[in-house]
Design a protein. Structure first.
Length: 329
């Protein structure tokens, strides 16, 4: 039987563009689902909701003040920087996230970008289709230098579940693994890894993969200082949050040849702005924030967010990220 609680999903399209139904969630309450919500409409749409689900819509302290009926928030993602979790906690509103649903998809996309930077599959596919192999006097040709990953050093910033999955795949390619984490996790998996200081990682790694959350303290930390430590042959991969990187500094470093290339699934402002300095930076390739979005991952997300809401309705919310701030209203 459907409950009486009003559940509002403010930006559901990317989670369910038509292939990932909301049926299980809809069985828990009176669901109102919006594909997208502009900043101007978020208060109006969420005003009567007890439960709000969102991904990229921002709920700051002012928005929370304008939603007195709101009792629970669940992200439709792992990251929760779009909600003021401290302010929510002070108002007695638990905020849950969706942990670990996209680990394998993000790790897979990390290596899709890396392999494109290393082997230039797209470039060679286009050249074959342009007739260059047909007219080639030799049985094979290369358009640019190709890179073997075996023996290279992979530096991972952030060593949670995704960082560890990236390490596992890198190790399978024969890469040496180093990592930086503010707090070394108790469980680090079966891959041999050497934890080093952040500056040392940027100086030693042939490939750097950002797999850490964005916090109030680390915005833009990948800046000209750290980029200047990198080998000129090294690659930077960012499949975490675009705001971790100072994009102007990265564009300048790519233009100056301070590093060999970058593979990015995220940028600081999404959707990307036309004046993003990385758009014309050399050897910079993009995917439009799709690392999380395989159907398998989105189905896991749907199952977890449904469980989050069910647990809240049962009086025992799970995956709560603001427990240290939570007070009884």
């Amino acid at each position: 039987m459907i409950g009486t609680q009003k559940i509002v999903i403010l930006d559901g399209y990317t989670i369910n563009p038509g292939d990932n139904p909301w049926d299980q969630l809809e069985s828990l309450g009176n669901c109102v689902i919006y594909d997208r919500t502009s900043p101007e409409l978020k208060i109006e749409r969420a005003r009567d909701a007890e439960i709000v689900l969102l991904s990229k819509v921002k709920l700051d302290e002012a928005a929370l003040d304008a939603l007195p009926k709101l009792k629970y928030i669940s992200m439709l993602a792992t990251g929760y920087n779009n909600v003021d979790v401290v302010a929510a906690g002070k108002r007695g509103i638990p905020v849950s996230n969706i942990p670990a649903y996209s680990t394998e998809s993000v790790a897979q996309t990390t290596f899709a970008l890396l392999l494109e930077l290393a082997m230039h599959v797209g470039l060679h596919d286009a050249s074959v289709k342009a007739g260059e192999w047909i007219s080639c006097p030799d049985h094979a040709y290369v358009k640019t230098s190709l890179l073997e990953l075996d023996g290279l050093t992979l530096g991972i910033v952030g060593y949670g579940t995704i960082g560890q999955a990236v390490a596992r795949i890198g190790s399978a390619f024969g890469m040496k693994i180093i990592a930086y984490a503010p707090r070394i996790p108790k469980e680090i998996g079966s891959v041999s890894v050497n934890f080093v200081a952040l500056e040392e990682l940027f100086a030693l790694a042939d490939v750097i993969s950002l797999n850490c959350p964005q916090t109030a303290d680390n915005g833009g930390f990948v800046n000209s200082r750290l980029l200047g430590l990198m080998k000129s042959s090294a690659f930077l991969l960012n499949l975490a949050r675009g705001g971790l990187v100072n994009e102007a500094d990265l564009a300048r470093a790519l233009h100056d040849g301070q590093l060999a290339g970058a593979g990015l699934d995220v940028v600081a402002h999404e959707p990307m702005l036309a004046d993003n300095p990385l758009l014309d930076a050399p050897n910079c390739i993009f995917t439009p924030h799709i690392a999380w979005a395989s159907l398998a991952a989105r189905k896991r997300l749907m199952a977890i967010v449904t469980a989050n809401v069910g647990a809240y309705l049962a009086g025992a919310p799970v995956n709560v990220v603001n427990g240290q701030y939570l007070k009884q209203p």
